[in-house]
Design a protein. Sequence first.
Length: 287
Amino acid sequence: MRTLVFAAALGALHGCAHVDSGRPVGAASPSAVALPATDAAQPQRLDFSALLADGRAIAIDNPYGDVRLRFGGFAHALEIHAVLQQPAGAVPIAFEPDAASGPYRFAPRLPGGAIVAEGQRLDVVAFVPLGHAVAVRTERGLIESHGVRGDIDLESVSGDIAIRGTQGRVQAQTGPGSIEASFTAAPKGSRQRLATSTGNIVLAVDERLDAALELATSGVFATEFSLDVEHLANQEPNKRARTTIGGDDAHITVESRRGEIRLLRRSAFTPLGGKTADEEYEDNDSD
């Protein structure tokens, strides 16, 4: 099933060749691993894996493309699958060695002074195991999180962010990119934040959320819930709105300086078999 999910997540890339990282599971690379230059028409797949200590955090910093997170099961096994497009003659991308302590770090980099060649790209799918917090950084690349069962901290300079089915605390921030998120129950006592500079934000929730929300923008509020709106003269954002959905066991901040904020009522579709759409998705990701 993970092969199918990986193929779907990176379906725009075809003809991928498998390249082994050459590292045993859980071992840190002794030096940076250089990725070979190839014809841009021949993307390559690279696979990495590691056994993590209980609770060890994960950091993925990819300035060269998209990052997609999926639920990786109940063992402490992290799997990272990447698709590389690196034209002939381009300076090879290299991976920094894993840190001996702190978060498990996956951070591809060009050598100092090198610039990204036309057509050079690296897209990543990471299967994150239960209970491991993950932080993701991109430049213009999309960040997408589906079914992750741990805290996530997502930040892009200008890329879009999409979040669904997360069972943990969410922090998400981008510049002019958009954020689309669907939440069920917020973790009790958590403080979560969705923020853009000028991009739009769409948040879909229902009464199971049990959280107090504070929304702020100079743009438009569009909502299917009742809001208490306060106008802030000579400020940016120039409007702040508050509401509580379900209980107030958690707090969620949604803010954009100028983008539209949509707070929508989430419909829990229940197919035959009695599982909601999110539950069905999460089960599929764990296979």
